[in-house]
Design a protein around this ligand. Structure first.
Ligand code: NAG
Ligand code: NAG
Ligand code: NAG
Length: 350
């Protein structure tokens, strides 16, 4: 009503009765729209209190690999609905869910809660390591309610990376290329499929290797160094369904190089990335054929550039922070079935 007061007090204006009535009507109408809003905003404002009541209490039984990160500030699009996260075990009896990261609890059953589980509480099993590197899975038989892993049939799907739609379609600028094939490896196992494949490949094409006992590069320079190569060998250390790691998402795609993948079959990669965004070792009968194809692409820039076409619409997310995984868990917990158990984790996690 402030404008009216100002108007009537201002003696410079002679306000006739009809003008005043019209003005009053306008202000009255405006005020009501302001107060009650449209039907849509009225509904959403009524929903707010119940959403707050529905906040779930989520206990992190341990921090993954002991790394700490900020909780309770989930960024968009993971910010709604909400959870209260804590690492304080005194919340155990009140928590709606407890998240167990496999690495810290797998050494002994005594690492799990010794107090009986409160009724209705979900125990969530979180693990991003491959089955080969996940010992003592049978400890978890008949204990777990929800799984959280890179496997796409997990209750809470937490892959190493994904593609995001760009706000506006935009041609991707391929980083300047001066070298051909790069690979990074720290765990050299001569019996692994990837090392055996490399031993054959190197007879036909030169591969520059970074990592322990090889070329030295600091972590913060890795992406820049890799971006000057045309191809990157995204070779997984063990082969399991959906096990596609930062070797694809971060080292290859985020560096702006073309991934040559060794891992699960092509059909599994195609669930997550476009078929024309990568080269699969299985596409060729021998390592020599693959080498010949890479050398051919090196001489045909237009053909090479086809591997970047998808990037005008999509961009890779490859450096996923721990908190994002927990924020995803919050979203999933709000939709979780009222009852669920995993009788045998070891049978499923293969
Ligand atoms: C992207 O590049 C193509 C081919 O060079 C061109 O036809 C198209 O207009 C470009 N699009 C944008 C958004 O710049
Ligand atoms: C690799 O680089 C790091 C830091 O840049 C250094 O501490 C380390 O000694 C180097 N290792 C080798 C084998 O050169
Ligand atoms: C979780 O799993 C346990 C063990 O199988 C079971 O006793 C409990 O009722 C389950 N809770 C929910 C909420 O599904």
């Amino acid at each position: 009503m402030k404008p009216v007061t100002q108007f009537t007090l201002n003696h410079k204006y002679i306000i006739t009765f009809p003008t005043f009535a019209l003005l009053a009507l306008l202000i009255f109408t405006f005020n009501n729209i302001y107060k009650y809003g449209s039907l849509k905003s009225r509904c959403s404002s009524q929903l707010l209190p119940s959403q707050t009541e529905a906040d779930l209490i989520v206990l992190l039984w341990t921090w993954p690999f002991s790394s700490h990160f900020p909780l309770n500030q989930c960024p968009k699009p993971f910010n709604n609905p909400r959870c209260f996260f804590t690492d304080d075990r005194s919340w155990y009896l009140k928590a709606n869910a407890v998240i167990f990261h496999h690495r810290e609890v797998c050494s002994s059953k005594s690492q799990m809660p010794q107090i009986p589980r409160p009724e209705g509480q979900y125990w969530v099993w979180f693990n991003l390591e491959s089955p080969k590197h996940s010992p003592n899975l049978d400890f978890m038989d008949n204990l777990i309610n929800l799984t959280m892993s890179y496997k796409s049939d997990s209750d809470i799907f937490t892959p190493y990376g994904w593609l995001e739609k760009k706000d506006v379609s935009q041609n991707f600028t391929i980083p300047a290329k001066s070298k051909l094939v790069a690979w990074t490896i720290s765990n050299w196992d001569p019996t692994s499929k990837r090392v055996k494949f490399y031993m054959e490949l190197k007879n036909h094409i030169s591969v520059e290797i970074y990592g322990r006992e090889h070329r030295n590069v600091s972590k913060d320079k890795l992406n820049t160094v890799l971006s000057s190569y045309k191809f990157y060998l995204s070779f997984e250390n063990s082969i399991h369904t959906d096990y596609i790691t930062e070797k694809l998402w971060m080292n290859a795609l985020q560096s702006g190089t073309v991934p040559v993948v060794l891992g699960p079959p092509r059909s599994i990669y195609e669930k997550f990335i476009p078929s024309d965004s990568f080269i699969h070792v299985d596409d060729f009968p021998t390592a020599k054929d693959l080498a010949n194809y890479l050398l051919e692409l090196d001489k045909q820039p237009l053909k090479y550039e086809q591997y970047f076409k998808w990037r005008s619409r999509l961009q890779p997310v490859g450096k996923v922070k721990w908190e994002i995984y927990y924020c995803k868990a919050c979203l999933a917990l709000h939709k979780a079935p009222s009852y669920r158990t995993i009788p045998s984790l070891s049978k499923w996690y293969t």
